[in-house]
Design a protein around this ligand. Sequence first.
Ligand code: SF4
Length: 348
Amino acid sequence: MKMNLKLSTQNFFGTSETELKEIFCKWNVETYRVNQVFTWVYHYNCRDFSEMSNISKSLRSKLAENFHFSLPKIQKRTHSKDGSIKYLMELNDGAIVESVWMPSDSRKTLCLSTQVGCRLNCSFCLTASLGLKRNLTAGEIIGQHIAINEELEEKDQITNVVFMGMGEPLDNYVPVVDALRIMTSPEAMKVSTRKVTVSTSGLVNKIKDFQEEGLHINLAISLNASDNKTRDILMPINKKYPIEELIDCLKKYPLKPQRRHTIEYVLLEGINDSDEDAQRVVKWLQGIPCKINLIPFNFFDSTVYRPPSENRVLEFQSYLMKRNFSAFIRKNRATDILGACGQLAKQA
Ligand code: SF4
């Protein structure tokens, strides 16, 4: 299929159904045509409006005059021993983000970036060292998925998506929500909402907005500490939204039956991994439908933090499980290529 690159026009990728319907209304075109165009683009991978044979000639030319198709360019692939691949993706202005494809027997998960860098300055995170360069557009967010899927074999196609790469997704709210709508729309990318997870450092105001969207996307909340003093140091956003506010917001968050939140907890030796920490975590999370992912810290050169011993990690997990919490030790993926959680900063 031909790629039409007219950058003065709008990128079709990332244009939401609602926006396209509004444009069609202005053009006096029936809005059901939007579904036909989406089907061509997302189901048949068509990148040339002139090939859309069930669309009128005049609409095809109007679309071609106003839209182009642009995807992030894969600039580099780094293969991990565990089978994961870290992709360096170049955006139109030359900015670079990273996406990591992680295969397992049952799923192929893509970890996407939503910002170039991040401004939240979590002290254990390598991405934070970049600061925030800019937000990604919805097209650049879904573009990572489309571009990577295009080069993967059928058996390796992406089944699950986690918004856990560079950036705080809810700090780039509108493009992220637009991207999620396109990704999960049956007319577009058809990814099941059950298979998409958005992570957040705990932007309480944005979590409240997010629940109003009615998207029913899984949320992963990074708790990472059991008291405000420690969390203030690890995640400065805690000074604005302390643990009690975050927990209160999660208790009020309506979840569909059988769904639960994911609580992420990066374990740092001597900082947040004691029995007392585990006790406080249990206290905070009482009454919240959730599973807990324990993530032993991924060491990188410039950090003062260390992962706890394996034994400490197991004891922490066991404390939570004895109190009836589902607690998993998350296997770190792509650690050898700086592709693991909190390590994305275009270094390899
Ligand atoms: S952990 Fe997430 S929110 Fe915190 S600085 Fe890193 S990318 Fe941003």
